[in-house]
Design a protein around this ligand. Structure first.
Ligand SMILES: [Zn+2]
Length: 468
């Protein structure tokens, strides 16, 4: 009898764990990795993320494939580069019939729900493909609104037997970083400067460059073909030009002003983190937490004057592209796993499908990381490729980053032999330190081995979609 028990035990140890009953993907919009506790911020910055990382698996170097909400989420859902879905501009949408993580799960019999905070995730942009339920909160809204909506959706899910997939999103860390009550002033409660009132207008952040506010800058806007009023992609170039004009009015921000603005962002991160805990509590109350896998990401980071701007659209630096990526599984055999390999938001959907034991559509370009959640090699390409408006593209190996402007012609050049003189459209950044401390260097100074790795990464990424 002992022998039978031993054999059964062995079989159980070798067997694949059963798929979870539920998978929840949370996107905390605009949350840069290094402003969360498990990625180096103080423990009190985001305690819930710390706990999920301590009990789960954290990917230390995950990069988004774009620096804007719309393109990044379209890429996240489809595991394709934004440019493989359409022109990287504010009228991009997921083409009909493109497999998404939600459509693959829905086809396999899962109940799927997306609860989003509007803005660039509005249904009008087509990101609702595959979701049986897709609920939009107010434009640019908060978990304060979307989490309770998700809880109501979970009530229905808990009443049934089908496995479920929930996508939950909020803009809590997006400008303006003004949160209710005490949360807005946690870091700098004594600040009494001139930015106090101005920060409620998100446009204020668009008018800050290199530590100065330019109140007379006329920001150009356009209405895209979906009727959305948006800033033109050229806004940041205009801002730099405006700042260089001696006739421009400028209000120099003091150290206290800047500390206040950065403090608001930190407060916003904590606020979002606390709502994440509310979500976990709501899952537990419905007896769902013990059988649900939680995946937390952000769609991009945020420049906090690291490179002149408060925003994420202006660059593809680590500050704008390095994001948290944490997977928490109930009863995971290994806890506190930290994977160092370069991973991408492209890998999230294949990983979710891997966890659900569902075939990954051929169109998906990412890697299924479900096989390395307990440790071991993830077999990733080792580089991450990103695309932005303003014809910016970039590739990083987690230490060095090459960014080019003027794609697609220049992106082609990015992957070919670099000759003297170094092309003006390409910049190399040494990102060996923390995000925001990258040092620019000449392309010709770059170690040829590193250059070869970046070029191969860019080429592999471009070829994966069969494009260009
Ligand atoms: Zn976003």
């Amino acid at each position: 009898m002992k022998r039978v028990v031993a054999i059964l035990g062995l079989l159980a140890a070798c067997a694949e764990p059963p798929p979870p009953h539920g998978i929840v993907l949370v996107s905390i919009d605009t949350l840069r990795a290094d402003h969360t506790s498990p990625y180096g911020a103080p423990m009190a910055a985001t305690p819930t993320l710390s706990r999920l990382a301590a009990e789960g698996t954290l990917f230390e170097r995950t990069f988004s494939q774009s620096n804007e909400t719309l393109f990044s989420h379209a890429s996240l859902f489809t595991s394709q580069l934004p440019s493989d879905l359409g022109r990287v501009d504010y009228d991009l949408t997921i083409p009909d019939g493109t497999p998404t993580v939600a459509s693959a799960l829905s086809d396999a019999g899962w109940t799927t729900g997306g609860i989003v905070a509007g803005g660039h995730l509005a249904r009008v942009f087509g990101l609702d493909d595959g979701f049986q339920t897709y609920v939009e909160g107010q434009r640019w809204g908060t978990f304060q609104e979307t989490e309770p909506m998700a809880a109501r959706w979970l009530d229905d899910v808990a009443a049934g037997d089908d496995p479920f997939f929930l996508f939950l999103h909020s803009y809590d860390c997006h400008a303006p970083y003004t949160k209710p009550h005490v949360f807005g002033r946690l870091s700098t409660p004594g600040y009494d400067g001139f930015m106090l009132d101005r920060v409620h207008d998100s446009i204020t952040y668009e008018k800050i460059y290199n530590g100065a506010l330019y109140p007379d800058l006329p920001l150009s806007q356009l209405v895209n073909d979906r009727g959305q009023r948006i800033l033109t992609p050229e806004v940041h170039a205009q801002l730099a030009q405006h700042a260089a004009d001696p006739a421009s009015r400028r209000l120099t921000l003091s150290k206290d002003d800047i500390a206040f603005l950065k403090g608001l962002y930190a407060s916003a991160a904590l606020y979002a983190d606390l709502w994440l805990q509310v979500l976990l509590d709501d899952l537990a109350e419905r007896n769902l937490l013990d059988t649900t896998t939680i995946v937390v990401v952000s769609d991009h980071g945020e420049g906090l004057l690291d490179h002149g701007y408060f925003n994420h659209r202006d660059s593809l630096h680590d500050s704008a592209t390095q994001v948290p990526f944490i997977v928490w599984r109930p009863g995971a055999s290994e806890k506190g796993v930290r994977q160092r390999e370069v991973t991408r938001l492209l890998d999230v959907s294949p990983t979710i499908l891997g966890l659900a034991s569902i075939d990954i559509p051929e169109t998906m370009q990412g890697v299924d990381l479900s096989t390395c959640l307990d440790g071991g090699s993830c077999n990733t390409p080792g580089t991450a490729y990103s695309e932005a408006v303003l014809e910016m593209t970039s590739v990083t190996d987690g230490v060095m980053r090459m960014t080019v402007t003027g794609a697609p012609a220049h992106t082609h050049a990015m992957t070919t032999r670099i000759q003297k003189p170094a092309p003006a459209f390409a910049t190399v950044w040494d990102a060996g330190g923390a995000p925001g401390t990258e040092q620019a260097m000449s392309l010709l100074e770059l170690d040829p081995v590193v250059l070869g790795r970046l070029q191969a990464g860019a080429l592999q990424a471009r070829r994966a979609g069969g494009a260009r």
